[in-house]
Design a protein around this ligand. Structure first.
Ligand SMILES: *Cc1c(COP(=O)(O)O)cnc(C)c1O
Length: 356
């Protein structure tokens, strides 16, 4: 038997979730597949969505190059734009669309010759205060872009800081800043959370990411309440079972001590696979179809679970860490993080297996 850890990937669920996004979108939806498709595989995600996605969004030119090299001719938006002149040239040659978030990027492309103008999305800082041009400076930058024959301004975009939170005060403020201004080209504003909030936003292109993978983008709603289905199921199996008596400790530091006589299951998964080391005691782990609590510390290659209440569990029994049986957002919340990070942390040693 090979090591039983697997990330099972159900691509029909990616397409289902993209359709949920499309139904909410005012017009086009570019599927955000940056960071290796949120850990699911960049080319695999592009392939799964190839017949439906209006376009793809990635973080950097390198990721755009990978998608083009894999043979996809969809519109590709590079969310951080070009880092230097060489990247402008590569992007131009491959027909990538670039975000311009800083005046430096316009200086970087001075003096270059492109065969076709590069489509540019001007990023406005409406309050996230990370990337973007201040609203007050937008007009002078727009004039610079429009005067440059190498560039074609296609969209103005912005990104929300608090779209996932129930309190909508700042979200509304950012949205108003963008909607009330008179822009020369259509807007792109929404991430998953903005798309799934109550009202839809009048925009030409939305940019859903996390919802495509089946995690809820909203703090107060679960994925299933939003009709989102998990693409990834992180699976393994029991490799040992044994009994400890009340009073005995389990694992490093004996951070967990049995309060009752306990049957312990050892699962072949650990932080070496990307399972979070800081998962606390009680984190749900599904063993042979039954939810069991994690006990003891997460090791590099193993975790321990309390399987006292699952007498049928034995060596070889299947285990799910997150996926269709265990909502990743629950695991993430217990670990003090978000589903995004758990997906991205699954390490290369975990084989990705396509289910359908
Ligand atoms: C990552 C990203 C998105 C997608 O965000 P989700 O929260 O995953 O939907 C959209 N727009 C920009 C600019 C991003 O960086």
């Amino acid at each position: 038997m090979t090591r039983p850890v697997r990330a099972l990937l159900k691509w029909s669920n990616l397409r289902h979730n993209y359709r949920v996004a499309k139904r909410r979108a005012a017009a086009l939806a570019y599927a955000v597949i940056k960071a290796n498709g949120y850990g699911h595989g960049l080319e695999a995600c592009a392939n799964a969505l190839a017949s439906e996605a209006d376009g793809f969004a990635v973080a950097c030119v390198d990721e755009g190059v990978r998608i083009r090299s894999a043979g996809f001719d969809h519109p590709i938006l590079v969310l951080q734009g070009a880092y230097n002149a060489e990247e402008w040239q590569v992007a131009a040659d491959l027909g990538l669309q670039l975000v311009v978030h800083h005046e430096q990027q316009l200086q970087d492309c001075q003096g270059l010759e492109f065969r076709y103008p590069v489509p540019v999305w001007l990023k406005i800082n409406s309050g996230m205060n990370r990337l973007g041009i201040r609203v007050d400076d937008a007009n002078s930058i727009i004039i610079q872009i429009e005067a440059n024959d190498n560039l074609q301004l296609v969209h103005v975009m912005s990104h929300f800081a608090t779209a996932d939170e129930a309190d909508d005060a700042f979200f509304t403020e950012q949205r108003q800043i963008m909607l009330k201004h008179d822009w020369p080209v259509p807007l792109s504003l929404s991430n998953s959370a903005a798309l799934m909030r109550d009202e839809s936003i009048a925009e030409a292109v939305s940019r859903p990411g996390i919802m495509l993978y089946g995690s809820s983008p909203l703090a107060e709603k679960t994925a299933s309440e939003l009709d989102l289905r998990p693409v990834m199921s992180l699976q393994s199996a029991l490799i040992s079972t044994h009994e400890v008596a009340a009073g005995e400790g389990v694992g490093y530091g004996h951070s967990w001590v049995a309060e009752r006589d306990t049957r312990v299951g050892v699962v072949a998964i650990g932080y070496g696979d990307g399972y979070p080391r800081h998962a606390p005691v009680g984190t749900p782990v599904n063993v042979a179809g039954v939810e069991c609590p994690l006990i003891g510390r997460v090791s590099m290659d193993m975790i321990t679970v309390d399987i006292t209440d699952v007498p049928t569990a034995q060596i070889g029994s299947s285990v799910q860490l997150w996926g269709e049986l265990v909502d990743i957002d629950r695991v993430a919340a217990l670990c003090g993080t978000i589903g995004y990070e758990l997906y991205c942390q699954v390490t290369p040693r975990v084989p990705r297996v396509t289910l359908q």
